[in-house]
Design a protein around this ligand. Sequence first.
Ligand code: MF3
Ligand code: CO
Length: 249
Amino acid sequence: MIEIKTPAEIEAMRRASRIVAEVLAELKPLVKPGITTAELDSFAERRVRELGAVPAFLGYRGYPATLCVSINEEIVHGIPSPRRVVRDGDVVSLDMGAVCDGFYGDAALTVAAGGITPQARKLMEVTSRSLELALSKVRAGVRLGDVSHAVQEYAEANGMSVVREFTGHGIGRHLHEEPSIPNFGRSGTGPLLKSGMTLAIEPMICLGRAEVVVKNDGWTAVSADGSLAAHYEHTVAVTEDGCEVLSRI
Ligand code: MF3
Ligand code: CO
């Protein structure tokens, strides 16, 4: 069952999602060669709490941090560490969730540390645009497959591949709710979107092949071929004529 949220519930999600957006915006300029991923995480946790929310990932299924920091061939769920130093040329994905009054917001973006290659820049652009394209499809009355298909078509038309093992998701009183939102699929298939549904849409795209291996820390998902990956995510509320991007400031 895909839950329909009340305006008051969406308001709590708006607050949580805006705090996520604000903290991600503050993190962006800190992603420079020399900073450790643990420093990024401590900053994120402090700011989320100062802004009146609670970190959503910390303790979720045993995840040990506020932030996921996934660098280069790491696709998602990179665990921050004081030993992991950001280097010049790194492609750094930051993913964070927050909770306000029991409701979740979730967003991600990818940042270039120092000078990155033109290919890496293109990967970031294609992934970011694939999310915008997906958002442009969302409105009451369309099928979820229309949204998924838009991401896949755009990524593949640019010679890149979409990760299949991880998906976006419904979000609300829980971080992960129905429906699962794959980044591939057929138009005209899947559940019908209705006003008041709240979704986290999150394309994960690789420059090479999209097969995933999870490292032995049990979390970090890397591309099996070592190719670069990027990740962007927004939390949105479906409306009659489109969607409200709750995690945009
Ligand atoms: N945005 C990711 C997701 O929706 C982040 C989850 S990280 C976890 O799956 F630590 F909370 F698992
Ligand atoms: Co998510």
